[in-house]
Design a binder for this molecule. Structure first.
Ligand code: ZN
Length: 85
């Protein structure tokens, strides 16, 4: 298994506040492609997409247009601060 710059697998909250969606993102070391699998919390549509890796990262549902955003987790912020310090 190769090294990854970024890996996440988390639930996605719908407009109504329900954790009905999922998003999984893998970015390989030395790559700017985000290998993304998502399940839209609004319409249940699931898809694999490979957009460019940009932070903050978001993916638009191809079916209903709902924007799935990856929010930064607390421990990720902590890790970033440590790197800067
Ligand atoms: Zn959707």
């Amino acid at each position: 298994m190769g090294k990854f710059r970024y890996v996440t697998n988390r639930t996605v909250t719908s407009k109504a506040g329900e954790d009905k969606g999922r998003i999984k993102v893998l970015v390989k070391e030395g790559s700017d492609i985000a290998e993304t699998d998502y399940v839209c919390p609004e319409c249940g549509f699931s898809e694999h997409v490979e957009p460019e890796w940009i932070r903050p990262f978001s993916v638009k549902c191809s079916k209903c247009g709902f924007l799935i955003k990856i929010r930064r987790l607390k421990d990720e912020i902590k890790r970033d601060k440590k790197r800067e310090g």
